[in-house]
Design a protein around this ligand. Structure first.
Ligand SMILES: NC(=O)c1ccc[n+]([C@@H]2O[C@H](COP(=O)([O-])OP(=O)(O)OC[C@H]3O[C@@H](n4cnc5c(N)ncnc54)[C@H](OP(=O)(O)O)[C@@H]3O)[C@@H](O)[C@H]2O)c1
Length: 232
């Protein structure tokens, strides 16, 4: 990435996922990037979204290697505990809704709590969270997917609120909620023909280029992998 300092350091959380691992591969090919730290449930310091202590420990394990100029949280889930998204009100179930909020909103908010402090405060630095266009309230024309949509909308609010607070101390920071496109992955396999999807590399390259072009804002920004703005 050209907009970050030469030799910038990156963290990818959810590095085992289709999009997270593609971000790692693309960043490793960037001569301007000096290090990419990968975190996941399988990393040396395992990060589980349901477990705040594991998130705190994972952040602590990287503290001495910081500050970081790029942090990407690529975690998330659509099918949870074997159950896909709800198509109708009649399918709503309290436990299922809470699990989606836990994985798609609360876990990522706790990731923000422990990882935003690792962002460089002296120069341009980017905190990116994989969100989803379906989390846009104004873009919701089809309905369905209650839990996932709502969890992503709430996630966007968490990011916006964290951005406003953090920008007071780190005025060059950029906070971005990302729509990666419809990407071939285990998340989309049950719902879309994989040959109709973007490759994870195309999505990752597009998102990194789009982030490179962002300028500082008064809060978080919501864009897709082609750099197009999405209404909240
Ligand atoms: N693919 C798409 O078309 C698409 C579209 C819109 C938005 N998104 C968003 O993009 C992000 C990445 O999606 P993807 O397609 O790359 O999905 P994926 O391949 O299933 O990757 C999901 C990642 O999240 C991690 N994760 C899930 N539950 C976790 C938990 N409880 N604790 C810790 N880590 C957990 C997974 O870890 P494990 O490897 O350990 O399971 C994996 O690293 C998600 O936020 C998704 O909502 C994707």
């Amino acid at each position: 990435m050209q907009s970050l300092i030469s030799g910038y350091r990156a963290i990818v959380i959810g590095a085992t996922g289709s999009i997270g691992s593609a971000c790692v591969r693309v960043l490793r090919k960037d001569p301007n990037c000096s290090s990419v730290s990968e975190l996941s449930r399988q990393s040396a310091s395992p990060l589980l979204l349901e477990n705040e202590t594991s998130i705190a420990q994972a952040a602590h394990s990287l503290q001495a290697s910081g500050p970081f100029q790029l942090i990407i949280d690529a975690t998330g889930a659509l099918t949870i505990d074997g159950q896909g998204p709800e198509k109708s009100l009649s399918a709503l179930n309290s436990e299922r809704l809470m699990r989606s909020l836990q994985i798609n909103t609360i876990g990522p908010a706790l990731v923000m709590k422990y990882f935003i402090p690792l962002l460089d405060s002296k120069r341009r630095a980017i905190y990116a969270k994989l969100s989803a266009r379906v989390g846009s309230i104004s873009d919701n024309k089809k309905g369905g997917w209650y839990g996932y949509r709502s969890a992503k909308a709430a996630l966007n609010m968490m990011l916006q609120t964290a951005a406003i607070e953090t920008l007071r101390k780190k005025p060059e920071a950029i906070f971005v909620a990302l729509q990666p496109g419809t990407v071939a992955s285990s998340l989309t396999t049950p719902f879309v023909r994989q040959e109709d999807c973007l490759s994870p590399e195309t999505s990752a390259t597009g998102m990194l280029d789009a982030m490179d072009a962002l300028t500082v804002s008064t809060g978080a920004q919501f864009i897709d992998y082609a750099g197009n703005k999405i209404e909240w």
